[in-house]
Ligand binder design. Structure first.
Ligand SMILES: Cc1ncc(COP(=O)(O)O)c(C=O)c1O
Length: 399
């Protein structure tokens, strides 16, 4: 008898680089929490990093209108000219730097800017310095492209602001790229102007590029955000990452952008042509409305995130074993849990399984996240209070 050719199970001939690709555990915890929910358990979702608000109505209307008007075709790889103009104008205004539309590349979300910056700049063995704990995709992508990931441990006693002198000590002849992120995921820390100027001094006149992840810039609670691109001489070496996901509660729309020197924009555009062709046209039309239309919803969301972060941090700090710095931006609370005597991962598992509160272990964000948990406060005050009550009871029984 001839064996059915399809029944022969062959090993998947994966490329070696796939072993170096990391992940974002938030999505795994989410699916575990959803599975518990399907069994009838009551789960409070504080694991996923997305605003709980709906996209403002004027933006939704603009997209529906764009669909009806036929914005359903391919567009230029770097983005529609009208949107690139709006973004250039917006970034010039918010950062106080000159930006031309040719310096803007529109992509499906903020993440592709990270991916493309690595692909375009980092050769095998090049070093990339990045914050740890930090957004897990940085480390994943550095390793995927064969770069050497060089973490700067963020310290709680500095309110998680990157220490520029520590960063300076990590710069070598192989350093190709430095990643900054403010306000920061997962700590809610920010980089003050003085911190950023120190980082720029540490870079000096070396030909090192900076990827400045400013996706939470409109969610800084106090003071004006400052970009390293504003430091004289740094704009040419900076790629600003920003987007619509967090600012306008548009995570599922998939639209973000990068601001960079024109020749770098041309290279990123080549990567877009080779991967996505372009960002969806009707979403880009809605993006123009997001930037030019009413900004009151952004202010309302920021105020809500600030109130919830403060209330949740204060509440957690009152629970045995937990202590919290007050976040300065974004929508995350990052308590120190070392006094519980538990490690991050078992503690987040226990809280999910025994109390139904879904949070992420700090180690999701790198090795220096051990000793912390991350809670997203993109949830109602009522649910946050309920989560505090459940964690409080758990702590009384178990610590
Ligand atoms: C620091 C940081 N950068 C980039 C992103 C990616 O954003 P997007 O959903 O637009 O790809 C996120 C999303 O969680 C983030 O936290």
């Amino acid at each position: 008898m001839v064996a059915n050719a399809d029944s022969v199970r062959r090993e998947l001939p994966l490329a070696g680089r796939m072993a170096r690709l990391g992940t974002e555990t938030a999505f795994e915890v989410l699916s575990k929490a959803k599975a518990l929910e399907r069994q009838g358990r009551s789960i409070i979702h504080l694991e996923i990093g997305e605003p709980d608000f709906d996209t403002p109505g004027n933006i939704v209307e603009a997209a529906v209108d764009a669909l009806r008007k036929g914005w359903t075709h391919y567009g230029p790889s770097a983005g529609l000219p009208e949107l690139r103009e709006s973004i250039a104008e917006y970034v010039s205004r918010t950062r106080g730097i000159p930006v031309k539309p040719e310096q803007v590349v529109v992509v499906p979300g903020g993440k592709p800017i990270i991916f493309y910056a690595m692909l375009a700049l980092v050769d095998e063995g090049d070093e990339v310095i990045y914050p740890n704990p930090g957004f897990p995709i940085y480390e994943s992508m550095i390793e995927y492209v064969g770069g050497k990931a060089v973490p700067v441990p963020l310290q709680e006693q500095r309110d998680f602001a990157m220490d520029a002198s520590q960063l300076a000590s990590l710069i070598t002849d192989r350093t190709k790229l430095i990643i900054l992120n403010s306000p920061q995921n997962p700590t809610g820390g920010i980089l003050e102007r003085a911190d950023i100027e120190q980082v720029a001094r540490a870079i000096g006149d070396r030909n090192i590029m900076v990827l400045s992840d400013e996706i939470y810039s409109r969610l800084q609670f106090e003071g004006e955000p400052f970009s390293i691109a504003q430091v004289p001489g740094m704009q040419d070496r900076t790629i600003i990452l920003d987007g619509f996901s967090k600012t306008y509660a548009m995570t599922g729309w998939r639209m973000g952008y990068g601001i960079m020197r024109e020749d770098m924009a041309a290279q990123m555009t080549r990567l877009m042509t080779n991967s996505n062709s372009c960002t969806a046209s009707f979403t880009q039309i809605a993006g123009i409305e997001a930037l030019r239309g009413d900004q009151a919803p952004v202010d309302r969301m920021r105020t809500a995130f600030q109130q919830r972060s403060q209330a949740f941090s204060a509440g957690l700090s009152g629970i045995k074993g937990f202590s919290c710095r007050m976040p300065k931006g974004a929508f995350y609370v990052f308590p120190n849990i070392t006094a519980t005597g538990w490690k991050s991962k078992p503690l987040s598992d226990a809280l999910l399984e025994q109390t139904g509160v879904a949070a992420l272990p700090g180690t999701t964000f790198g090795q220096y996240g051990e000793g912390y948990l991350r809670f997203s406060v993109a949830n109602s005050m009522e649910n946050l209070d309920q989560a505090l009550a459940r964690i409080g009871e758990w702590a009384q029984r178990n610590l």
